[in-house]
Design a protein around this ligand. Sequence first.
Ligand SMILES: [Zn+2]
Length: 151
Amino acid sequence: MIRYSLVCEAGHGFESWFPSSDSFDTQVARGLVTCPVCESASVSKALMVPSIARTDRDRTPAAPPPQAEAPVALIAEPERQLRAMLKALREHVVANSEHVGDRFPEEARRIHYGEAEGRAIYGEASPTEARALIEEGIDVAAIPILPDDRN
Ligand SMILES: [Zn+2]
C-alpha cells in the first residue's frame, strides 16, 4: 500500500491509500479518485515540499512538473481563504479602476482637489507618497502583493 497526498483542481488537499502507483494512475484515469470536499475527479499528487524549500527549487534549472504548481495543500485553510479574498479584491479593483501607474499620487491629488474627473484609479506610490496623501486627507489604501503574483 502506498499513501499519496493529493490535491484537487480547486486546491483541496487530502490523502488516499493505493495498492501501487500503477493502481493510482489507473484509478485517476477512470475518475475513481474524487476529492472528499468537492467531489472533483480532477486530482493530482500534491507536491510534498515545505514552503521554505521553494527558493531552492526555484534555483534548479530543470522546469518543475505541472503538479509542482499546486503547493496549496501546504497552506492552512484560513490563509488560503485570505489569499483568495485579497486576490478577488485586487481583481475587482483592476477591473473597475483606471490604471495610472506611477502618476497615482498626482492623479489622486487632482481628483481630490476637483482638477480631474472623479473616478476610481489605482497605481503605484512609494510609502512616503502614500503617507503624504493620507496626511492631506486623501483616502488611499494599499493592496498587498501576494507571493503567487510575482511568478
Ligand atoms: Zn476539492
